[in-house]
Write a protein that binds this ligand. Structure first.
Ligand SMILES: C[S@@+](CC[C@H](N)C(=O)[O-])C[C@H]1O[C@@H](n2cnc3c(N)ncnc32)[C@H](O)[C@@H]1O
Length: 246
């Protein structure tokens, strides 16, 4: 299987929605390096195909990563891409289920990193996940979350963001970018991923999506969870890279 090609197509599909995705990753890793040095011990939370760990190893080759997710298709792509790389270990877990941390190594992490994942969760579930994360990060370590954090109190600005998004997507589509549904249709067309695809659909098709929470909500929940300080390392009108220091 050409895992590199799947990685490229995943990135391109994600960039359809997140044109500044690489900039977010860059900012996240700057925070990691500043707080965890050149060989950080990182948890790639809701890792998908391993996008964050790929960038982590490119920037900091001595880093070590534990990558956790529950999507069989994306995990197969991640495992295939990192085959033989002893710097990464995979954990299959549902982050929304209490007890998911039991599957992890005991040593506290220098950094927990996640991107474009937490807006899927119900607020009460995410608040509980944040409490779990506070127990996994060493004092002085960081949790960094790049995600959608639209502010319901700025509807006009949010509308501007929608116009910007539409314009970007029109250009990307004209250049052949596949959207989320088309990308998954491509997976469905690959017989060697048939079992993984069926398992992914069984998990995610019935899922009830949460409503993305605004920045203030995240900062308050992270403080309540036990993080000492929270702030923003990058933001656009509706998205942000939120940093919490333990
Ligand atoms: C849009 S993808 C982002 C993946 C990666 N961070 C990236 O930026 O390419 C969201 C990921 O969150 C994972 N995810 C969502 N809910 C999850 C849960 N409850 N437990 C584990 N993983 C979850 C999905 O399986 C998917 O891999």
């Amino acid at each position: 299987m050409n895992w590199e090609a799947w990685q490229r197509s995943w990135d391109r599909q994600q960039e359809l929605y997140l044109p500044d995705r690489e900039e977010r990753f860059r900012v996240m890793l700057e925070v990691v390096e500043a707080t965890g040095g050149k060989s950080p011990w990182v948890l790639d939370l809701a890792c998908g195909t391993g996008s964050i760990t790929t960038r982590l190893f490119a920037r900091l080759p001595e880093a070590m990563s534990v990558a956790v997710d529950r999507d069989p298709t994306l995990l197969a792509m991640a495992r295939g891409s990192f085959d033989g790389d002893s710097r990464i270990a995979f954990v299959v877990a549902d982050l929304e289920e209490p007890g998911w941390t039991l599957e992890l190594p005991a040593e506290p992490f220098d950094a927990v990193l996640t991107a474009t994942a937490t807006h899927w969760m119900q607020p009460a579930t995410l608040a509980r996940l944040y409490a779990d994360l506070a127990t996994l990060v060493r004092p002085g370590g960081v949790f960094v979350n790049a995600d959608h954090v639209p502010d319901p109190e700025t509807p006009k600005l949010n509308a501007v963001d929608e116009i910007i998004q539409r314009s970007h997507q029109e250009h990307a589509r004209a250049e052949g970018a596949r959207d989320w549904d088309e990308w998954w249709a491509d997976v469905a067309d690959e017989p060697r991923l048939a079992a993984e695809y069926a398992a992914s659909r069984a998990i995610f098709d019935s899922r009830v999506r949460g409503v993305p929470q605004p920045l203030a909500w995240h900062r308050a929940r992270l403080r309540e969870a036990g993080f000492a300080e929270t702030g923003v390392a990058w933001r656009s009108i509706t998205d942000a890279v939120i940093v919490a220091i333990r």
